[in-house]
Design a protein around this ligand. Structure first.
Ligand code: DGL
Length: 260
């Protein structure tokens, strides 16, 4: 099946990276809206217009399913896109349920972009999980810009994260949830800063499981992935410097994968 993974930028690769391992026989399209990244500091109306344009492009590519590999776009636009199109549309959900199921009654810090943190969708998730006293929200929007320029583990990244995470009483927390797909690139620095008992959780496995459930695809044992076409805001990426840049993101994700 031809499956599209869509994000404002390179964060979506972290979800696709997981899919390529589990569903290597499928034909993937990666759509990064590089002309408009970051979404997280835009207004919901602006993000909706970007998502709308991306969907029109992807539908024209005759994809069988779209994974919105972006928490921000999911939060703003997934419901509207589902009303508009009948193909399976799989969104991201911060892994708060996984955190609470694994560590009942322990606090969880959900990190995301500013739009996701202030959005209705995350409030509803917290309410449905009765987690009002357990979930704390923290915007780490600047990480998106660090990721886009492949500044993954510089002193500036560490300083930013140490500053933003300095005030939490970690004894009370079981985990930190990555509620933005761009944040997966920073797991090593986060691991260095957080006490060892605080686990780092993301929603990637949950999203791919949902994709499998909605499309009846079968996970495969073949490990060599063959088919990936990338578009930046609708332009096909063929330039060798850009393909090398993409490869560097994937190599970074290979390294981050084992860090919890
Ligand atoms: N990667 C996206 C997310 O999961 C959006 C980041 C951005 O463009 O601000 O939220």
């Amino acid at each position: 099946m031809r499956i599209a993974f869509f994000d404002s930028g390179m964060g979506g690769l972290s979800v696709l990276h997981h899919a390529m391992k589990i569903l290597p026989q499928e034909e993937f399209i990666f759509y990064a809206d590089e002309d408009n990244v970051p979404y997280g500091t835009k207004s919901p109306k602006e993000v909706l217009a970007c998502v709308d344009a991306a969907f029109r492009f992807l539908i024209a590519q005759k994809v069988g399913a779209i994974v919105v590999a972006c928490n921000t776009a999911t939060s703003v636009a997934v419901k509207i896109m589902r009303e508009k199109y009948s193909l399976p549309i799989i969104g991201m959900e911060p892994a708060l349920k996984v955190a609470l199921d694994t560590f009942p009654n322990r606090k969880v810090l959900v990190t995301a972009t500013a739009i996701t943190i202030t959005g209705e969708k995350i409030r509803r998730l917290i309410k449905n999980l009765h987690a009002e006293n357990l979930a704390e929200l923290k915007a780490l929007s600047q990480l998106v810009e660090f990721a886009e320029r492949q500044e993954f583990n510089s002193a500036a990244v560490e300083k930013y994260l140490r500053g933003e995470l300095a005030t939490y009483d970690w004894k009370k927390f079981s985990s930190l949830v990555l509620g933005c797909t761009h944040f997966n690139y920073f797991k090593d620095t986060l691991r260095k800063i957080l006490p060892p008992h605080v686990k780092i959780l993301d929603g990637n496995a949950g999203t791919i499981n949902e994709l499998i459930r909605r499309t009846n695809l079968s996970p495969s044992l073949i490990t060599n992935h063959q088919s990936l076409t990338t578009y930046y805001s609708g332009r096909r990426v063929t330039d060798s410097a850009e393909l090398t840049r993409l490869e560097k993101f994937l190599q970074r994700l290979d390294k981050m994968e084992a860090i919890e």
